[in-house]
Write a new protein. Structure first.
Length: 194
């Protein structure tokens, strides 16, 4: 179940191109990692120091990967690693919020399923029960569009607040979410895709 998206990325791109299933404006699956700051686009706000390295809380460590951007579409992998000593089960979607530079929640809807924003067939999956052994990881994909039609109502997040599920400990990580005035982001369920 270990995530090896960096190895799967070239194969995924080739298979999407050969099968013709990549819709215009879609992006390849981003590589996930243990970095704390993913900047898919420059922020209009002043730079702020990133949070510390992701930390292990109750056997869970959440991190964001490098972002990918194409034609206004943004995609970032979110990784949940079992940093504890016992396996645990997970099913469903991450509990995610987008925060401004002062770490206050933005008024953005978080939709379940990347199909709410774009067609990305490998990530348009239903939640399934997964067992995460110590040292293993699962991943979710966060997507949004940078679309601005009204400069007065632009939403730019500087952080995301992520929990494994509702009620679990939250991890606040630096991430520029330039959702313009779309008012929404979408996230896939946790998956063991590799």
């Amino acid at each position: 179940m270990n995530i090896s998206l960096s190895r799967a990325l070239p194969l995924l791109i080739v298979s999407m191109l050969l099968s013709g299933c990549a819709a215009p404006g879609t992006v390849p699956v981003p590589e996930t990692g243990r970095s704390t700051a993913a900047r898919p686009a420059p922020s209009a706000s002043p730079a702020r120091a990133p949070d510390p390295v992701p930390r292990c809380v109750d056997g869970r460590e959440i991190s964001v990967g490098e972002g990918d951007a194409a034609s206004g579409l943004r995609a970032v992998g979110i990784q949940l690693r079992n940093c504890g000593t016992k396996p645990y089960q997970i099913m469903g979607y991450p509990d995610l919020g987008v925060l401004d530079e002062d770490r206050k929640p933005l008024d953005l809807r978080v939709l379940h399923g990347v199909g709410e924003v774009t067609a990305l067939p490998p990530w348009q999956v239903e939640p399934k029960r997964l067992t995460v052994a110590p040292g293993e990881s699962v991943t979710a994909l966060l997507v949004w569009r940078n679309l601005t039609t009204d400069a007065e109502t632009v939403a730019v997040g500087e952080f995301v607040s992520v929990a494994e599920t509702t009620g679990q400990p939250r991890h606040v990580l630096a991430l520029n979410v330039d959702a313009g005035n779309t008012g929404k982001v979408a996230i896939s369920p946790w998956t063991d895709q590799s």
